[in-house]
Design a protein around this ligand. Structure first.
Ligand code: MTE
Ligand code: MO
Length: 298
């Protein structure tokens, strides 16, 4: 065997190309997981929930309405290949392969508080990148005021979509300044692994100061719009779920209090804890809502 110091084009055999592609692919998978990332200063110091808690107690109606359904049924969802349609008021619209879409993004680990509207909470170590970097790469046009997101529709792999419990696709939206806020993350992993399917693989939104339902999973479309986009739970029950969905202990859900929360895994002895305004991220985000009546804009 001879060793060459420099590889010339003529040395690149199909085998080398194949190996190269495999390396690129495993590099891509590593990018989605990124286990070696340092903890972002945006992180909370609270102790994270276990992987089993985070991947075993989910809301994902495409796979059923029970908290155990997503862990039981989401495993067979095909997440490779994955394409994301980008459209609306954006300089670089198109149908992107996921790897191309997220290439160049700075991956970080951020441990965030998560508060569900059902009054339970968790602490989750996400890996991902700021939505703002992606939007900047795509080129937001001057007239854009909102970002709309859509989840995959694939009833043959998403059994919950075989009935009309919700209007499919699941849709969500943010005001542009919320979307550009540095706390707003697109997650591709948690606990140093690619996202479990039940947590929204291959990409999902994480907005830590808003109730869990804003955090749309399995995103296949991102649109920049000049009008406020629809959001699934707001369409379903507007008196219960507003567009803003900011965690607000002073505004009760019509059917239960939002003043306190139950930390999953903490055990009965730990009791309930007070819910914080904006889920504890008020120093960072309260200014986004200055002058707004947050009881009317819930
Ligand atoms: N596509 C889709 N995204 C979704 C949901 C859903 O049913 N479908 N449920 C939402 C709700 S109500 C919550 S609380 C969070 C749960 O995220 P987790 O399972 O990763 O904790 O996902 C949100 N994103
Ligand atoms: Mo939720």
């Amino acid at each position: 065997m001879t060793f060459k110091t420099k590889l010339r084009w003529s040395d690149v055999t199909p085998q080398a190309l194949f190996l190269n592609r495999r390396q690129i692919m495993s590099g891509g998978a590593a990018l989605l997981a990124s286990p070696a990332l340092g903890k972002s200063p945006y992180s909370t110091d609270d102790a994270p929930n276990t992987f089993e808690e985070i991947a075993g107690y989910n809301n994902y109606y495409e796979f059923g309405t029970a908290k155990e359904d997503p862990a039981a049924y989401a495993g067979t969802l095909t997440t490779h290949p994955w394409t994301v349609q980008v459209d609306g008021l954006v300089d670089k619209p198109g149908t992107y392969d996921l790897g191309d879409l997220i290439s160049g993004m700075t991956m970080e680990e951020r441990i965030y508080r998560f508060r569900c509207v059902e009054a339970w909470s968790m602490i989750i170590p996400w890996q991902g990148f700021q939505l703002s970097s992606l939007l900047n790469k795509l080129g937001v046009q001057a007239g854009a005021k909102y970002v709309a997101f859509e989840t995959l529709v694939r009833p043959e792999e998403m059994p919950g979509q075989q009935n009309n419990i919700l209007d499919w696709p699941y849709v969500e939206g943010l005001r542009l300044d919320e979307a550009m806020h540095p706390l707003t993350l697109i997650a591709t992993g948690l606990y140093g692994q690619p996202l479990p399917n039940q947590n929204g693989a291959p990409i999902r939104l994480v907005v830590p100061w808003k109730y869990g339902f804003k955090n749309i999973k399995a995103i296949v479309r991102i649109s920049l719009t000049d009008t406020q986009p629809a959001s699934t739970w707001n369409k379903m029950a507007p008196q219960e779920y507003g567009f803003y969905a900011n965690v607000n202990p002073q505004v009760d859900h019509p059917r239960w209090s939002q003043a306190s929360e139950r930390r999953i895994g903490a055990g009965i002895l730990a009791g309930r804890q007070d819910t914080l305004m904006f889920n504890g991220y008020g120093d960072d985000v309260a200014s986004l809502y200055a002058g707004m009546d947050l009881a009317a804009n819930y």
